[in-house]
Design a protein around this ligand. Structure first.
Ligand code: AHG
Ligand code: MN
Ligand code: MN
Length: 322
């Protein structure tokens, strides 16, 4: 099955409207252009070069951050999206379209990896239009997904009525995404975790305690030997977790400005958490399900833990008992 057919099936029985179908299809077209840009433009330009500008969260913008965003915005102009909420913009972009759907995007996730040819991606969230266009709670998303530009260009996607997310691989010869694998499902238990342990000294006690037990291996309270993976692009870590399980943690810590971690609720944590819950996993800030949080500002950060339910439950318990 190709993405076109996936969309057509959902349009046919009213599970999604023309607006949502059109937006997903344009995002896929944009991702194909970004994928080609990454493969080819590096020959002439330094895609990882700093532009000299910063986004509203204080991150240095790289050439590809800006290019990817331009490509996506240009594609979304052909859709019914009323607003585009982007990591790279201080405020929502009003498109002038009178549609009832807003799109939040992280145009390029993992931008520090561009310069070293490690997987990066694009994250998206489709939401019902809000009066004051901040964002709805994650649970009310209409659809969400992300692309990974890696050895393969891939997509994982779910619309609200889907029981489970679906994975796709870009067929470069036909310029279309082809569905691969069955219903995505994350095992309850895992021996593989992703966290940037360089910040261990800054973590709060619940995460320090979880890590202590993990590192104690078979002698620890969890009684097993774990492996660690950390790509530095959340999309790539998340893709691995959707394929073979695991957990990802970006906790809040004591560094200045990091009380709520680094990842942003509206265009990073919410779409990932929407997919994670549909795949049978859990996504939490340590206390509440990410999808139950009410966004108060466009770029607000949140501690983010997602993946295997056994480890998520342990983390929640440690946070509640602290
Ligand atoms: P972005 O490139 O959109 O700013 O996101 C990068 C995020 C995420 O992808 C990654 O897991 C994390 O930042 C890495 O942060 P550290 O460098 O603090 O490990
Ligand atoms: Mn990001
Ligand atoms: Mn980004």
């Amino acid at each position: 099955m190709r993405l076109e057919e996936y969309i057509k099936n959902r349009l046919a029985d009213g599970r999604i409207g023309e607006d949502v179908g059109g937006i997903i299809s344009q995002l896929a077209d944009a991702a194909m252009v970004i994928s080609k840009t990454i493969r080819l433009s590096g020959i002439e330009y330094d895609l990882g070069a700093e532009t000299g500008a910063e986004n509203s969260d204080g991150d240095e913008q790289k050439t590809l951050d800006v290019l990817a965003e331009d490509i996506i915005i240009n594609h979304l102009k052909h859709t019914a999206a009323s607003h585009i909420l982007s990591e790279e913009q201080d405020d929502p972009i009003t498109t002038g379209q009178d549609g009832q759907v807003m799109v939040a995007i992280d145009p390029l996730d993992g931008s520090s990896n561009i310069a070293v040819n490690v997987s990066v991606g694009t994250i998206f969230s489709l939401m019902p239009r809000q009066d004051a266009p901040i964002a709805c709670a994650g649970r009310d998303q209409l659809a969400a997904g992300f692309f990974v530009y890696g050895p393969q260009t891939t997509l994982i996607l779910a619309v609200a009525s889907d029981q489970a997310p679906q994975c796709f691989i870009l067929d470069d010869r036909k310029n279309s995404f082809v569905a691969v694998g069955g219903a995505v499902s994350i095992p309850t238990k895992t021996e593989e975790y992703a966290i940037n342990a360089a910040y261990a000294e800054h973590w709060f006690p619940p995460v320090q305690e979880w890590m202590r037990q993990v590192l104690a291996g078979k002698q620890g309270a969890y009684g097993k030997a774990y492996r660690m993976r950390w790509v530095g692009s959340m999309v790539a870590d998340a893709w691995r977790i959707f394929q073979r399980g695991g957990v990802f943690l970006y906790p809040g810590d004591k560094r200045e400005g990091y009380t709520d971690g680094r990842l942003r609720l509206v265009y990073e944590a919410n779409p990932i958490s929407f997919l994670i819950e549909k795949a049978g996993g859990m996504a939490t800030n340590g206390k509440d399900a990410i999808l139950d949080l009410t966004p108060e500002s466009l770029h607000q950060r949140t501690p983010l833990f997602f993946g295997a339910t056994q480890e998520m439950t342990r983390l929640n318990t440690l946070h509640h008992n602290k």
